[in-house]
Design a protein around this ligand. Structure first.
Ligand code: ADP
Ligand code: MG
Length: 251
């Protein structure tokens, strides 16, 4: 698949010598990362290595303390006035779907477009139905999240992000909380997105997905990017001892 999809020269996310601390704990160390439009990057690494923190810094759910993060030309700084603009360009899907339980599926999908993007209600609903069809659950539009299976809720979460027309989608272990039979339906949705050219940064332990979809796999440990490579070389010819040890545990 990797060869069929176009990666452009256009940079969507640029991270330069970025460091972050939680109090005295140095959680991200000199991270450098450039994501071009159309790239599908999988971030792997042991629990606690800083994967979630890294992707949460990209839509500023977390603040970094030094270095630079530039999203679609806007540098993320503490006096950032257009944080809503940056957030609407960066879609985020979490392990726990984080849907609003008291809103219907359709309302979950139209809330941010109406209130943040100022899209007229009717247009927001049409867009929402388009993406609910895309993730193959238009018939659930008027139900509440609690009435759906985990896999369906996660597909709603993906559709809800797409309704904001993001430039990049961040996924943080989107299948980790799902029962095994529901993992495939969510991965299939992600594969379709990748095939359509969406720029994606995915933290996942699904190494089959990484092999099928990623153009680049990044391995993190102890807050650092230890190595990165195309999936064939990453899995067949890992360079560092940490990566070899990690792969031997999960493959
Ligand atoms: P991963 O996603 O790779 O499992 P995380 O980014 O969640 O790693 O966490 C990296 C490290 O930072 C862990 O040691 C974790 O305990 C710590 N950490 C995460 N969030 C916080 C927080 N809000 N405050 C303090 N420490 C945190
Ligand atoms: Mg995590």
């Amino acid at each position: 698949m990797a060869n069929r999809m176009q990666i452009s020269d256009e940079v969507v996310v640029q991270i330069e010598t970025m460091n972050k601390w939680y109090g005295a704990f140095h959680v991200l160390r000199d991270v450098n990362l450039t994501v071009n439009r159309g790239e599908r990057i999988v971030i792997a690494g042991p629990s606690g290595s800083g994967k979630s923190t890294l992707i949460r810094c990209i839509n500023r759910l977390e603040e970094h303390q030094s270095g630079k993060i530039i999203v679609d030309g806007t540098e993320l700084t503490s006096d950032l006035k257009n944080i809503d603009k940056v957030r609407s360009e960066v879609g985020m899907v979490f392990q726990h779907f984080n849907l609003f339980p008291h809103l219907t599926i359709l309302e979950n999908c139209t809330l941010a477009p109406i209130w943040v993007r100022k899209v007229p209600k009717k247009e927001a609903e049409e867009t929402a139905m388009h993406f609910l069809e895309k993730v193959k659950i238009p018939e659930q539009a008027h139900k509440y999240p609690g009435m759906l299976s985990g896999g369906q809720q996660q597909r709603v979460a993906i559709a809800r992000s797409l309704c904001m027309r993001p430039r990049i989608m961040l996924f943080d272990e989107p299948t980790s909380a799902l029962d095994p039979e529901m993992i495939k339906e969510v991965l299939d949705t992600m594969i379709e997105l990748a095939e359509e050219g969406m720029t994606m940064l995915c933290v996942t332990h699904e190494m089959g997905f990484a092999q099928a979809v990623a153009n680049r796999v990044i391995f993190m440990a102890d807050g650092q990017i230890i190595e990165q490579n195309n999936p064939v070389d990453f899995f067949n010819n890992p360079q560092s001892e940490r990566t070899k040890q990690f792969l031997s545990q999960i493959l």
